[in-house]
Unconditional design. Sequence first.
Length: 193
Amino acid sequence: MARRQTRQERQDDGGGATALLVVDMLNPYEHPEADRLAERVGDALPGVRTLLRRAADEEIPVVYVNDNYGDWNSSSEELASRAMEGAHPELVEPVLPAQGQSFVVKARHSTFYETPLEYLLDQMGVGRLVFVGQVTEQCILYSALDAYVRHFDVVIATDAVAAIYDDLGDAALTMMRRNMGADLTRAEEVEFG
């Protein structure tokens, strides 16, 4: 059996594959500031849908990473069902995971913290991550930082992420660009290859 390349070896050979990470889009919107966030998610939804469609067309792996809201017995189907029964099913239905897409449950802000995400991405040969979802100044920021310290290349689709507070979202995007070398680009301009 052939030995898998390490992430560093993949980077040295051109970076490895790209994956689309969909963060916390299965949201029942039952939390403080949910209405404020829902409005901004509505604005980001076309960008998320664009990238999901493009990923399917270009056979790019899609990984959903979603908060479990404290329910340690939840599955992707249960989280999707709960979100669809929540306050804004119109924000959930268009981005439900397709059959066969990877799904990782998280409990904290970062998609990497105490999850199998890093192992999954390594098994897929991924070296570059395109982030979409919510919340820009929280889960997206902390996940991008954790990706950066793990030597993944980071791309943020700026029109496919939603902040609760515009000023904090803008500051988070600036920090990701300056401190992590993240590529900030619009959904239709993301290069998967």
